[in-house]
Structure formats: C-alpha cells, structure tokens
Design a protein around this ligand. Sequence first.
Ligand SMILES: C[S@@+](CC[C@H](N)C(=O)[O-])C[C@H]1O[C@@H](n2cnc3c(N)ncnc32)[C@H](O)[C@@H]1O
Length: 229
Amino acid sequence: MFMDVEALYDSMAFLYDELYGCSDDLDFYLSVARQVGGPLLELGCGTGRVIGRISQEGLECWGLDISKNMLSIARRRWPNVKFVQGNMADFSLDRSFRLILIPYRSFLHLTAEEKQRCLHSCALHLQPNGQLIIHGYLPSEEEKRFSSLSLIDTTYVKGRRVEWFFKFEEPNKGFYRIKAGDKVFEMTLYFISTKELAKMAEKAGLVVQEVFYFDPPYNQEVVWVVGKN
Ligand SMILES: C[S@@+](CC[C@H](N)C(=O)[O-])C[C@H]1O[C@@H](n2cnc3c(N)ncnc32)[C@H](O)[C@@H]1O
C-alpha cells in the first residue's frame, strides 16, 4: 500500500491528536512567538495544535497544510487563524512573516528537492529580520540498524491498540507503519543532517543561526533556527 502524504493525513485526521498527543514543545513556540511577534506562519499546521495556541496571544497567525481533513478540524477549533490548503514545498501567500514555524518533523515529509524549494519559499515570505524554526529528527545509530520492518512501540488510543513499526532505508529514509485497530497508515520521512540543512539554507539565501535539541542528552529532536543571510 502506498499513500501520498495528503491521503495519509486525510485518513488519519480523526485520530491525529490522540495518536500524536504531544504538548512538550508548546512552551518553546509560545516564548519565541512572544519574543519575535507576528505575523506568524506555521507550515504543516495540521489540526492547529501549535498555531492555534499561539493565536490566543493575540498575534496574527496563519497555518498552511496539505490535508483538507486536518484543516477542517483546525478551522473549527481555531477561528482566529487564517488557514490555507497548500504544499509547503511551493507556497505563495500575499503576506510576509516575522516568524515561520515547521514543528513536529513535518519538514521531514519532504524529499531533498522539496526541502530546497520549501526553503526558497520561506526565504521569499520572511521579513528581513524574520526567523524560520524547523523541528527535525536525527535517527540514532541503533535506529539505522532496523533494516527490516520492526515493531518499535505499542500504545493505546480510544481503546484501540496501536502498533508502531519502523524500517530504516539507506541513506536517509525512515519508513513507518502504524496499525491502529483495523486502520493501517504508512509514511516515509526523509531525514536530514544539520550540515545538509545548512547547505540547503545557504542556497536559499538563509543561514542556520542556532541548533539545539528538545531532548538532551540524546540530541535527536533537533531544532534549527534559521534567519536571512
Ligand atoms: C506530524 S503532523 C504535524 C502537525 C502539526 N504541525 C503539529 O505539530 O501537531 C505533519 C503535518 O504536515 C502536513 N504536511 C505534510 N507534508 C506537507 C506538505 N508538503 N505541505 C503542507 N503540509 C504538509 C500533514 O498534512 C500534517 O498535518
């Protein structure tokens, strides 16, 4: 079964918040948003978990996502955000932003070529002193040894047993299968190192200003703070 990313999130939207249930990163995004100010844009905003919460601070907030079902949940939940359906690899909005956020590994759905185009689009939409913040993931050496599909975690959501399978494919692909009751979701993430990101950013007229991790000392949940060159 192959699902493109739009079909994947359209079919997963009704379960997304419970499946992914993350909130550890919100304080970080809120503090950056208060510091840098609006207008702000979240790419791959999903159900609005991050941009919706930021909109409660009274800042002008926009969210862009490829999945209409994720967006319809977001629109119901966060009426103060301007939501747009689109591809973060090629977007064109009639607005420039002080802050662009790409939380929760959404950037890793893009191939290398799409990442490059996304960075170009971000450069075109960032104000001169604007900031782009990308949350990525660096697979561990142990994860890179999963050369066949392996069960890596089991969780429970709305009474359903959820099984998470993972396989690493050289040089940089992570294939995930998520079995939630009778539903099966599959996705590929294209990992990227800090060095590769810095090179791509430079080509787009951007510069990586800071690198830190949400999970020291493991240093896998990487955050890149990018500015204009
Ligand atoms: C892991 S979810 C993250 C959602 C949200 N940012 C959060 O933190 O909860 C990834 C989101 O990225 C969106 N996405 C994936 N590829 C995309 C693309 N090329 N353009 C726009 N959105 C995309 C998906 O539809 C999905 O909503």
